[in-house]
Design a protein around this ligand. Sequence first.
Ligand SMILES: CC/C=C\CC(=O)SCCNC(=O)CCNC(=O)[C@H](O)C(C)(C)COP(=O)(O)OP(=O)(O)OC[C@H]1O[C@@H](n2cnc3c(N)ncnc32)[C@H](O)[C@@H]1OP(=O)(O)O
Length: 715
Amino acid sequence: MAQYTRISGSVGLITLKNPPVNALSAVVRQGIVDSVERALGEPEVKCLVICGQSGKFCGGADIREFGKKMTGPPLIPVFHAIEAAAKPVVAAIEGIALGGGLELALGCHYRIAHSKAKLGLPEVTLGLLPAAAGSQRLPRLIGVPAALDLITTGRHVTAAEALQLGIVDQVTDHNTVDAAVKFALSVAGQSLDARRISTFPCPRLSNLDAVFEAAMQKVRQAARGAIAPVACVQAVRAAATLPYAQGLEREKELMATLFTSGQARALQYSFFAQRAVGRWSMPSGARWDTSKPKPIRKAAVIGLGTMGRGITVGLAQAGLSVVAVETQEKQLMEAKQAVSGMLERGAKKRGVSPPLGNISYSSNIKTVGDVDLVIEAVFEDMALKKEVFQQLSAVCRPGTFLCTNTSGLDIDDLASQTPNPELVVGMHFFAPAHVMKLLEVVYGPRSSPQAVATAMQLGKVIGKVSVAVGNCQGFVGNRMLSPYLSQANFLLEEGATPEFVDQVLEEFGFAMGAFRMSDLSGLDVGWRVRKAAGLVVPGKPARMRQGCRYSPLGDLLCEQGRFGQKTGSGWYQYDKPGSRVAKPDPWLHSFLEEYRARHGLVARRIDHQEVLERCLYSLINEGFRILEEGIAAGPEDIDVIYVLGYSWPRHRGGPMFYADMVGLTRVLERLEFYHQAHPDVPSLQPCNLLRKLVASGTPPIHRWREVIKKVHSQL
Ligand SMILES: CC/C=C\CC(=O)SCCNC(=O)CCNC(=O)[C@H](O)C(C)(C)COP(=O)(O)OP(=O)(O)OC[C@H]1O[C@@H](n2cnc3c(N)ncnc32)[C@H](O)[C@@H]1OP(=O)(O)O
């Protein structure tokens, strides 16, 4: 609702009330209309102030209403009525003014913001554009280049930047409503002619075409197939080239195509999924709301390779005390230098001082005796990790949580090295660990709910989106990646090239195709895992392992020392070791031809559809197996992991959402088709849960949990 009160006798105060972010629901919109009408009708009222309750101005349109039947007054006429008012209307912006919230403020005659407020038009991140006249008012207020930047990126700006850009008229460190009331009284009675943004001409640009061409090129490059950023540029162009009323029409047209698009649905699903994963549950019944985390003030990181360094930076930046341990003195010194550099660069970007003093470095594991939680990040070798866990058990004080940054080793096996397996969980970070938003929190059968809650909470403190998952080989992300990569390899055996497979996957929206990604991460990583799993055994039939089809192509490249970017060659060739520019490699093409000839394989023409279906549906099928086994609690967990950790295009929601969009019946049919063609590839065999979902009428994704529950209760 919107509450109307009178203060200081002559100020009408409208307070938006819709927790948690005062979103503009139908009731709130109606409340604004009624309150404005009432204030304008009261002769004693000289001016109006609009604010939000609980220190939050407004988080924009109510996203929960999207896709439902529209009720209540639409936003544009509401904002026009405010702008047309004969009494000054001042927005008192505390906390947030985002999307429709900022558009509401732009409809007001003046804007006063608290110094800690954040403002922005993030609609593009939801697959939309600022279609409550924001795309038309903002360029008129701050000029085309700045408006293009804010609208196409959706980034939030601080109050200080908003003041500099001209979005707000004043910034205060004090009570914003008091400041706005005072300000409103000071301008009451003055002409409002120069305060109505819709009447402003858009600031002229001599190089208008060049500016828009450059903007379009930039968004197309970054968008990976997303349509909203492109529509945002088109809408701003309308503001720059058309009268306001016609610009609004164009905004409406563009919004109409976006609003019902699959991309908007995917992005909005992704928004809620990212929040839903915080409400985790375990098969034991332990849940986020019944498990209390322990506060972590001091943590230790063991092993200062690439991952350990990133984790140390993340912890220190969040204000924790960190003991960083590396047993080799030389590596310790190198790590200290690298971590300090990362902290200094990060601090410079944020305009703060680097938290160098938060970290103490040591080559002695005994120095971790007084920490609350340890994150082990040594080399991915079970024997080494076990040794570290035994040492930690001996030196840590009772109750210390022991976490491992393994990307797929058995958490329970590690926990068995300690007398308190309930304190052990996995914290699987993604490289670079101080940048990537995803954290897989992995619980073993003996991990306590408190250990899980603590790791989830710590993830939040250091700015990660944490997803709780069960213990299995590769956890969720890497386990699903395995059939995807296998299919990519099989496609090479059957006639494709790495560049063709990558092109198809990149056109789908991945930042990198399977082979470019493997070259970046290092082919030796998977090779080591396959060796440990007993798959790389000389003398075994080359293309079969453990009764299933196996491609040894990656192993053969590793035997040649082709580990990817770091060695200057892998699936592609590079100018020099460490170079990032992948070039098709004639050597690799001849190698594939020889390989096919040696194994009697005849190359055939493979089309886009086959590449996509085999790579993606096998990955999705594994996702259904993960849900069936209860390793992930719901499809949102998997989708968040894939969007944030594996560069799955956000505008496609994630693999499980994508399966829902394609249609489960279609996914099932195609898997059946490919499994028939490749009966020796178990990952193509449709899993039971997928069959059950189809048999139960292919319910939409938000109802899958009901079917999953039934499947679990039958086990
Ligand atoms: C014609 C179309 C006109 C306008 C279009 C729009 O306005 S589209 C909406 C534009 N607004 C946004 O994109 C803001 C989205 N929200 C956020 O970025 C963050 O939620 C926010 C406001 C910065 C707060 O972040 P914080 O980390 O503090 O909290 P959290 O994200 O967990 O959100 C708390 C709960 O609020 C719910 N929520 C947030 N925004 C909205 C919204 N606009 N509509 C409805 N609900 C919203 C969010 O889902 C959380 O709910 P929960 O039940 O706890 O999961």
